[in-house]
Design a protein around this ligand. Structure first.
Ligand SMILES: Nc1ncnc2c1ncn2[C@@H]1O[C@H](COP(=O)(O)OP(=O)(O)OP(=O)(O)O)[C@@H](O)[C@H]1O
Ligand SMILES: [Mg+2]
Length: 337
C-alpha cells in the first residue's frame, strides 16, 4: 500500500457501521395453537423475519413499532443476549456473539438502560454501591478515586452527590431512571441502548430525561439506540428512525424526513396515531397487528394497508434503498423519489 492510500483507508474504516444486521431471523418454537392437551406439537413463530439494519457511530436511532413487532427481540440480538436463528448480526464487522464472548470489551462498550429501571437495580444496595459495581467490574478507576467518580456520574445525570448514600426505594421514578443511566455510563460506553427508557413517566419528567439523554449523546458522542412507542420521543431524541412491523423493518431514514413525508403506509398510519405531535391524517390504521404465527401472504402489512393493491397480496417487498438516505419495503410507496 502506498502512503497516499492510507488516509482513504482510514476514512473507510471509520465509516464502518458499529452494528450491522443482515437478513436476521429469530424463530421461537411455541406450542401449536389449538393443540391437544399433553401434545408436544410446536410451531415456529417468526419474531424477526429478514431484518436489515446498519447503525453507524455517533448516530441516534429510534426503533419504533406496535407491541409485538419484534423491538425487544431485535435488541436482544444487538446486545448478544440471544443467537439469531438466521442471518448475520455484526458488531464492528464481527459476529456479535463472538465479540461478546471475547473478554469484557463488548460489555463495557455497549451499555443498556432497561425499561424496568427500578426492577433492574438491587433495592438493598446504596446508589453509590450500584454505580461502583460496573466501575470495579471493568476496572475503570483506582479505589481511591471511586467516590469522586461516583459523584461526577451523579452530577452528570442531575442527581446530588449525597444521593450516593441513599437507596432506590426513596427515589422518584424519574430519579431512578437517572441512577440507571449513571450506572450505564460508568463503564464509559460508546453505545447506549435503551428500551422504553422514558415511558410511564409524567410529561415533565419525561421531557427532563429526554433533555438529559440528548445532552449526553451530544457531549459524549454516544451512539444511542432507543426503543420507543412514542413518535414524539423519537423525533425529539433521534436523528434516524427504523419502523418495524411484524418482525421486519419496513422503513428507515432521517427521523424528520420519514415523519414529515412517510413513504410506507404503515409509517403514515403510525404518524396518524400520534395527533398530539402531528396533524392527524385522514386514514388512521384499522385492526390489530396479525399474529406472527399466521403471517399475511405477500406484504405483511397488506391486510391493514389503505393503499394495498392486488399485487401486495402476492409479493413480499424487501427493504430497499429509497433516495440517498432512506429505505422502504413497500410496493406502493406514498412518496416518489
Ligand atoms: N422468548 C420468546 N418465546 C416465544 N415467543 C417470543 C419470545 N420473545 C418474544 N416472542 C414473541 O415475538 C414477538 C415479538 O416480541 P417482542 O417482545 O420482541 O415485541 P416488542 O415489539 O418488543 O413488543 P412490546 O412493544 O410489547 O414490548 C411477539 O409475538 C412475542 O410474543
Ligand atoms: Mg418490547
Amino acid at each position: 500500500m502506498t502512503m497516499q492510500a492510507l488516509p482513504q483507508a482510514a476514512a473507510q474504516i471509520s465509516e464502518q457501521p458499529i452494528f450491522e444486521l443482515i437478513e436476521v431471523e429469530q424463530v421461537f418454537e411455541v406450542p401449536k395453537p389449538g393443540r391437544r392437551l399433553f401434545s408436544r406439537d410446536t410451531v415456529g413463530l417468526r419474531a424477526l423475519d429478514g431484518v436489515r439494519l446498519s447503525i453507524s457511530k455517533g448516530t441516534s436511532l429510534a426503533i419504533v413499532g406496535e407491541s409485538g413487532s419484534g423491538k425487544s427481540t431485535l435488541l436482544r440480538v444487538l446486545l448478544g443476549l440471544d443467537r439469531p436463528s438466521g442471518g448475520r448480526a455484526l458488531y464492528h464487522s464481527k459476529p456479535i456473539l463472538e465479540a461478546r464472548s471475547r473478554g469484557t470489551d463488548f460489555a463495557r462498550d455497549v451499555a443498556m438502560v432497561y425499561q424496568d429501571a427500578r426492577g433492574s437495580l438491587d433495592p438493598r444496595m446504596t446508589i453509590g454501591a450500584l454505580i461502583a459495581e460496573p466501575l470495579r467490574h471493568f476496572d475503570i478507576v483506582p479505589r481511591e478515586e471511586e467516590a469522586a467518580r461516583i459523584a461526577q456520574l451523579l452530577d452528570r445525570v442531575g442527581l446530588p452527590a449525597d444521593a450516593a448514600n441513599r437507596f432506590t426505594s426513596g427515589l422518584s421514578g424519574g430519579q431512578v431512571r437517572r441512577v440507571a443511566i449513571a450506572r450505564a455510563l460508568a463503564s464509559e460506553p460508546s453505545v447506549l441502548v435503551a428500551d422504553e427508557a422514558v415511558s410511564g413517566l409524567d410529561v415533565s419528567t419525561q421531557a427532563q430525561l429526554l433533555i438529559l439523554l440528548q445532552s449526553l449523546q451530544r457531549d459524549m458522542g454516544l451512539t444511542l439506540i432507543f426503543i420507543t412507542h412514542d413518535l414524539g420521543v423519537a423525533s425529539y431524541l433521534c436523528e434516524e428512525i427504523a419502523i418495524m412491523y411484524l418482525g421486519r423493518i419496513v422503513e428507515t431514514g432521517p427521523t424528520d424526513a420519514v415523519l414529515n413525508a412517510p413513504t410506507h403506509p404503515y409509517s403514515a398510519a403510525l404518524r396518524a396515531a400520534a395527533p398530539q405531535f402531528f396533524e392527524p391524517l385522514s386514514e388512521p390504521l384499522s385492526g390489530e397487528i396479525p399474529s406472527p404465527l399466521d403471517l399475511p401472504k405477500g406484504c405483511r402489512f397488506s391486510t391493514r394497508c389503505p393503499k394495498a393493491q392486488a399485487d401486495c397480496q402476492l409479493k413480499d417487498p424487501q427493504l430497499g434503498k429509497f433516495g440517498s438516505q432512506r429505505a422502504v419495503a413497500c410496493l406502493q410507496p406514498l412518496t416518489q423519489i
